[in-house]
Design a protein around this ligand. Structure first.
Ligand code: HH2
Length: 277
């Protein structure tokens, strides 16, 4: 299986590591660390040395309760980092739900649009379908970051609902002429879901794979791991690596992580065993 993106056809015969570069003052686990473009660009270099296959650059936190960032501020944060990252020889994705940010990023030559909102913003699906080759990650989210964890999210069957939603969103793109090989799907761990919902999506990840697209999984440092391990956000490395490996074992082919070196080492061991997924 391959993921077609602007400049790279990413071989997904083995799981790939997407390293997270948050250019934000308020991300839930690393906010403020790479707030300045120069620091974020240095972080890109570090993640590549640690073994990242893809760099995912975002300028707005989507943690529960986060406030939206104005368009001009998001552009100011991410464009210099995307421009520099695009020269590093690996696929670069932009983590945004704003159509204008997608367009500006694609104009810079960015390879993948990673949208927590699955291209539901006006013009977003058109921006991607007008591009000849960019990759896209469609993620499931119930509600929006500001309020998605308020109350107890309820589903008749979370896996069925996520699967139906992602299928519909992929169909919108396919109908608009986007090749299936450009599309990856993401269950959206922690986005309008309880701990039980998130783990059901992991246990039954094969049902999402049945849609025929690669699955991208983002468990890194998330609160469901804290719920299980009892660890605060700054101490979820082991839990995050365990979740990434479990997702890989369940067939995920892109692992979105903060801790690239540890995930890389764990994957080396997992791959040495040649376990079937
Ligand atoms: N999670 C976050 C952000 N973007 N994109 C995809 N495809 N999948 C995810 O699970 C996902 C995502 C939230 O994590 P993080 O970027 O670390 O935090 P913040 O949103 O606070 O910047």
């Amino acid at each position: 299986m391959f993921w077609q993106t602007t400049r790279f056809r990413i071989d997904l015969s083995r799981p790939r590591i997407m390293g997270i570069v948050n250019v934000t003052p308020d991300s839930f686990s690393d906010g403020g660390r790479h707030g300045q473009a120069q620091a974020a660009i240095r972080h890109c270099d570090l993640l590549l040395r640690e073994g990242a296959d893809i760099l995912d650059v975002g300028g707005e936190s989507s943690r529960p309760g986060a406030d939206p960032v104005p368009l001009d501020e998001e552009l100011r944060r991410v464009l210099p980092v995307l421009e520099a990252a695009a020269k590093l020889g690996v696929p670069v994705s932009v983590d945004t739900y704003k159509t204008e940010v997608m367009r500006a990023a694609l104009d810079l030559g960015v390879d993948i649009v990673n949208d927590i909102n699955a291209l539901r913003a006006p013009g977003a699906a058109e921006a991607v379908s007008a591009h000849p080759a960019c990759g896209v990650c469609l993620m499931h989210m119930r509600g929006e970051p500001k309020s998605m964890q308020a109350g107890d999210p309820a589903y008749a069957d979370v896996v069925d609902e996520v699967k139906r939603f992602l299928h519909e969103r992929a169909q919108v793109l396919r109908t608009a002429g986007v090749a299936a090989a450009r599309i990856a799907l993401d269950p959206g761990i922690g986005f309008g879901k309880t701990v039980a919902h998130n783990f059901a999506l992991l246990a039954r990840q094969h049902e999402l794979l049945a849609l025929g697209y690669p699955v991208l999984a983002g468990w890194s440092r998330k609160s469901s791991l804290g719920a299980v391990s009892g660890k605060p956000v700054g101490d979820r490395l082991i839990a995050s690596v365990a979740a990434a490996l479990a997702a890989a074992q369940q067939g995920a082919r892109v692992l979105r992580v903060h801790d690239v070196a540890a995930t890389r080492e764990a994957l080396q061991v997992w791959e040495a065993a040649g376990l079937p997924t």
